[in-house]
Design a protein around this ligand. Structure first.
Ligand SMILES: [Zn+2]
Length: 275
């Protein structure tokens, strides 16, 4: 009797467990985009101009290293077409950067000692930086964007009071926004809304999924009539379908046409001889 009751309980619990599982699906991707139709930057090579004149106790040379390390994290994504590097030193201020008031068509990275004023709509204290992209070309690709670092004295924390690793994480995170990404719900991701739990500069699989989605590398076309080809057997040039379109024409249209013409001539000769 007891066994029967136990079995009945289990059989009743299974549908409930399935219902709970279905109602709480595991997310395969947690990254988000800044906006629905974001296309990112069209160029594969992205230069980031910089103004490191107001980085407090961090020297301009040290900040260059920090920035390049942050860029190299994005550069390390295996399927990304992007290469991000430091561009030229500029005098753009935080306010000018935020207003996209600079002539170069690129990203600008600025240490801002007036961060609270520049980001008046946000909290200066506790916010280490902001990153975004604004201007777009006719096709919807970004043409201008900014990364502004909080180096305002008295703001706690600011980029000058955190570790070098945290400064690198801050720039890499804000760069992610400038590339077109929103926040990820994956707490291990660089693009999670808080970097407090991260001890070192690193990606999660979710960040790699995001950059692959938006900036995936494309292969040069090896095709017949614009279609991708699958080679068999392995290796180029092992069959008529592996070559370019003219080879396809030679094999399947021109040669059969010549052979047919020859065949007709032979038939015609043999006909006239017989009769
Ligand atoms: Zn963020």
């Amino acid at each position: 009797m007891k066994t029967h009751t136990f079995a009945k309980t289990i059989s009743n619990a299974i549908p409930l467990a399935l219902l709970i599982l279905c109602a709480n699906p595991t997310l395969s991707s947690a990254f988000t985009l800044n906006e629905a139709d974001v296309k990112g930057w069209s160029s594969n090579d992205l230069s980031v101009d910089y103004n490191f004149d107001n980085c407090g106790s961090i020297s301009a040379d040290a900040m260059k290293n920090i920035a390049q390390n942050a860029f190299d994290l994005w550069n390390s994504a295996p399927n990304s077409r992007l290469t991000i590097k430091l561009g030229a030193a500029v005098t753009t201020t935080g306010a000018q950067a935020r207003a996209l008031s600079f002539t170069a068509s690129s990203l600008v990275l600025v240490c801002d000692p007036s961060f609270s004023t520049t980001t008046s709509s946000q909290s200066g204290n506790g916010t280490l930086g902001v990153g975004s992209a604004g201007a777009k070309d006719g096709s919807g690709y970004y043409t201008k964007g900014f990364l502004i670092l909080n180096t305002q004295s008295g703001n706690t924390p600011n980029v000058t009071t955190i570790s070098t690793a945290q400064a690198e994480i801050t720039i890499a995170h804000e760069l992610g926004h400038s590339l077109g990404f929103g926040h990820s719900s994956d707490s291990t991701a660089l693009m999670h809304y808080t970097t407090g739990s991260k001890a070192s500069l690193s990606f999660s699989q979710d960040d790699i999924d995001g950059i692959t989605y938006l900036y995936g590398r494309s292969e040069p076309k090896q095709s017949i009539m614009g279609c991708g080809t699958l080679q068999y057997p392995a290796g180029p040039g092992n069959g008529p379908m592996n070559g370019p379109f003219w080879l396809f024409l030679v094999w399947f249209l021109i040669i059969p046409a010549i052979l047919t013409k020859q065949h007709r001539k032979l038939l015609s000769r043999s006909f006239s001889r017989s009769y």
